[in-house]
Design a protein around this ligand. Structure first.
Ligand code: NDP
Ligand code: 8X3
Length: 253
């Protein structure tokens, strides 16, 4: 295992769930942290708990202008990002495509695709210049396996997968690595956000089964970024033992 002492990690969506758990794990392994997200108070509270230096950064990744200006002027000691965890993202709604909200679709594309691209494009040149870096993108099993109501959410995660693979293609020969981590069900605020604050409906998603935790995913992210520099883990797909695959659906008449 490589040490993260002396390295700087930036986690988007560090105010909750998988991102928060990643920040904790990377800090415990010795990295300094930039904690990005929209809810500043949560980021401040997390920064106060971490044992390594941490810089809370209020940032909406879907704003290209904000991403470019804020990430382009990180304070000394945090400006050279070695590990980027592109985790900020969301699913909105579970309606079938012909009933889904176009606003929800746009918000998912703006955050999961465009936000991830803005952050990556802003930080990647520095990684290539220093010939050192690792980008970990949070994809999903939804990238590969469709489910009713997954429509644009699944499509955004398929984008994350293809973008990760194509980044890898461009970065061959550099010491900048790219990994797409694709979880199944993880109990975080994900479903509360998907169902727009309906906690009861969100809880039902995980009822009677044992979902993954943010810490389970953070453990995987930490494993990926602590492999020797010659090792690029391309994709990790992970599900709860209690989750599986549906059969093809067939409408019989
Ligand atoms: P949470 O809702 O708990 O966390 C999402 C995080 O993303 C929050 O910290 C939120 O912070 C941040 N975020 C959302 N929109 C923006 C934005 N525009 N700008 C900056 N930050 C933003 O969900 P998870 O931890 O579960 O989700 C993290 C990632 O993991 C997502 O990409 C999700 O798609 C993916 N994933 C989740 C799975 C699950 O089952 N939970 C499974 C597979 C993948 P804030 O609101 O403060 O901005
Ligand atoms: C989130 C998990 O199964 O709802 O990516 O798509 S799932």
């Amino acid at each position: 295992m490589e040490t993260l002492q002396g390295l700087t990690a930036l986690v988007t969506g560090a105010s909750s769930g998988i991102g928060e758990a990643c920040a904790v794990a990377l800090s415990e392994a010795g990295a300094r942290l930039v904690l990005a997200g929209r809810r500043g108070e949560r980021l401040e509270a997390l920064a106060g708990k971490l044992k390594t230096p941490a810089h809370p950064l209020v940032l909406d990744v879907s704003s290209r202008r904000d991403v470019e200006s804020v990430l382009g002027s990180l304070p000394a000691g945090f400006a050279e990002v070695d590990i980027l965890v592109n985790n900020a993202g969301l699913g909105l709604g579970l309606e079938p495509a012909h009933e889904a909200s176009l606003d929800d679709w746009e918000a998912m594309i703006d955050t999961n695709c465009k936000g991830l691209v803005y952050v990556t494009r802003t930080l990647l040149p520095g990684m290539v210049r220093r010939n050192r870096g690792h980008i970990v993108n949070l994809g999903s099993v939804a990238a590969t396996y469709p489910y009713p109501g997954g429509n644009v959410y699944g499509a955004t995660k398929a984008f994350v997968h293809q973008f990760s693979q194509n980044l890898k293609a461009d970065l061959v020969g550099t010491r900048v690595r790219v990994t797409d981590v694709q979880p199944g069900m993880v109990e975080t605020e994900f479903s509360v956000v998907r169902f727009k604050g309906d906690a009861e409906r969100a809880n039902k998603v995980y009822e009677g089964m044992e979902p993954l935790t943010g810490a389970d995913i953070a453990d995987i992210v930490l494993w990926c970024v602590t492999r020797p520099a010659r090792v690029n883990v391309n994709v990790v797909e992970v599900m709860p033992a209690d989750q599986g695959f549906g059969p093809f659906s067939v409408k019989r008449r």
